[in-house]
Design a protein around this ligand. Structure first.
Ligand code: SF4
Ligand code: SF4
Length: 136
């Protein structure tokens, strides 16, 4: 059976320049599409991938990533903002690797563009009033 999944990979700093995705694709015969790639302020690598292939190869590839020390997150999780809690302080703007927060220059309000969110969870810890929430 062929599966196609969107996942987020978190590479610790020590793995950022290792050819892990290259080996994943080559050794497990998977097709991939990189939707986003960035380096967070802590120099962690972040990559959003669409992976497609035979179920068994996919499962083995995911195992390989886990054993290599890559943290894998499914995009079935979502992050939302509790509008009542947000104080529009702007702390999330610089921390978000995909620029999912935008400051309105006129109203000084921070807009959350959830289509840009890759569920890296960085804003959850960074938001002083804990307005950003993770849902499964
Ligand atoms: S850090 Fe939290 S409170 Fe501040 S603008 Fe972002 S979501 Fe709102
Ligand atoms: S979880 Fe927060 S910091 Fe990460 S991409 Fe989504 S909005 Fe940006």
């Amino acid at each position: 059976m062929t599966v196609s999944r969107r996942i987020v990979l978190h590479f610790p700093r020590r793995l950022v320049d290792r050819p892990i995705v290259y080996r994943l694709i080559k050794d497990y015969d998977l097709e991939f599409n990189i939707l986003k790639a960035s380096v967070t302020p802590e120099e962690e690598g972040l990559m959003v991938l669409e992976l497609k292939g035979d179920q068994q190869n996919y499962d083995q590839g995911i195992n390989y990533l886990g054993e290599a020390g890559v943290q894998i997150q499914s995009l079935s999780q979502t992050v939302t903002r509790n509008e009542e809690r947000c104080t529009h302080c702007g702390a999330c703007i610089t921390i978000c690797p995909t620029s999912a927060f935008e400051l309105d220059p006129v109203t000084r309000q921070v807009r959350f563009v959830d289509e840009k969110c890759v569920v890296c969870e960085l804003c959850i810890k960074a938001c002083p009033p804990r307005a950003m929430e993770l849902h499964f």
